[in-house]
Design a protein around this ligand. Structure first.
Ligand SMILES: *Cc1c(COP(=O)(O)O)cnc(C)c1O
Length: 369
């Protein structure tokens, strides 16, 4: 029978903080493809799947949390929302706020937002304020603003964001029939690793929902969680906040993660790890994924793939394991790095060859006989 995916709240409503009277604000987020990464699987000797979150309505996983946060804002009668953002949160907040008929203010750090993401916030008519500072400064101001003024905060410090984001773990289990052995993902503000771990743990035992109903376990186990930060923005690896985080992967350019403690808990409770990868490793992983497995993601999204490749080369990766890697956002958000990655392999990669207007010349240029 025909079924239109209803968005994560309606698909998983018995496991989320909503009631029958909650005014659900959705754009059909979630239900994203779980794609077999054949080249990565073959190279590493594992069964590797990528959860392609770039296929959400605004092109990143942020939509999963945003549907919950904006729904909650609407339920509370909010007329305006605010967020601090490295780009994808503002793109998502702006779109969902408009879907709900609300005003959206976004606080962005100085000069560090990709063109694609900025275009989204502009397109959705957000009030964009650039703060003289980094992401962490933006978040501090957004929090204070929502404390003292009539605006609703939709950053992942809002617990409803995490509630929405946990649904990605449900989808993985529902698709594979059980939890994977390993789950690997990029870590920035650490809301996503918190959400996945919450989802996996709730699915692996009896869950008592808000209505007091016991829901049976769906998975027999939880995965080992591997998180990867960018080397110049790796506070969870260093063990202390980083004042001037630096990386080309702007989505994870965060020096003081809001969900610090829950990220560490996910790591430790799952027997996992949080390590770092360099910008070069990130670009190489982005390139591998796009040119070998056909999946185009933005640089920050490739940190998990970079992490697996790094561990594999160090002889520290599993074998014959089922591994899911979340690739968090779409490659079209920040295309300049894809061009740079291709040019690193071949300086003329982004310059199409010019040939005469005839089939023999084209065939010759392609090396066909
Ligand atoms: C937000 C974001 C991240 C980081 O997720 P956190 O929940 O902040 O750890 C990674 N990649 C992309 C594309 C993002 O938009």
């Amino acid at each position: 029978m025909a079924h239109l995916w209803q968005g994560v709240i309606n698909e998983y409503r018995d496991r989320l903080p909503v009631t029958d009277s909650t005014p659900v604000v959705t754009m059909g987020e979630g239900g994203t493809p779980l794609i077999k990464a054949h080249a990565l699987s073959e190279l590493t000797g594992n069964h590797v799947w990528v959860k392609f979150e770039g296929m959400n309505p605004t092109g990143s996983f942020k939509d999963r949390g945003m549907t919950m946060a904006i729904t909650r804002a609407k339920e509370e009668g909010a007329k305006a929302v605010v967020c601090a953002s490295t780009g994808n949160t503002s793109a998502s907040a702006a779109a969902y706020a408009k879907q709900a008929g609300m005003r959206c203010a976004v606080l962005v750090p100085e000069g560090k937002i990709s063109m694609g993401k900025m275009a989204q916030a502009v397109a959705h008519g957000a009030d964009i304020i650039q703060i003289d500072g980094n992401f962490d400064n933006c978040l501090e101001v957004a929090r204070k603003l929502s404390d003292s003024y009539p605006v609703f905060l939709v950053n992942s410090v809002n617990p409803y964001r995490i509630q929405g984001q946990k649904t990605a773990a449900f989808e993985v289990v529902d698709a594979l029939g059980d939890a994977p052995d390993y789950h690997i993902l990029p870590v920035g503000n650490a809301g996503n690793i918190t959400g996945y771990w919450k989802g996996y743990t709730e699915y692996a035992s009896t869950f008592t929902n808000d209505a007091g109903t016991d829901l049976p376990a769906v998975a027999t186990k939880t995965p080992v969680m591997w998180g990867f930060q960018a080397e110049g923005a790796a506070p969870l690896v260093a063990g202390h906040p980083i004042d001037q985080p630096e990386t080309i992967a702007t989505a994870i350019r965060i020096g003081n993660p809001a969900s610090w403690d829950t990220a560490i808990a996910a790591r430790d409770e799952s027997d996992g790890l949080i390590e770092s990868v360099t910008d070069e490793e990130i670009i190489e992983a982005q390139r591998f994924l796009s040119s070998r497995d056909g999946v185009f993601v933005e640089p920050g999204s490739a940190a998990g793939v970079a992490g697996l490749l790094k561990k594999f080369r160090a002889g520290a990766a599993p074998s014959e394991a089922t591994i899911v890697i979340t690739v968090t956002g779409h490659g079209l958000k920040d295309p300049q790095w894809a061009i740079k990655g291709a040019e690193a392999e071949d300086p003329t990669a982004a310059e199409p060859r010019r040939v005469d207007f005839d089939v023999v010349s084209v065939a010759a240029a392609l090396g066909l006989e």
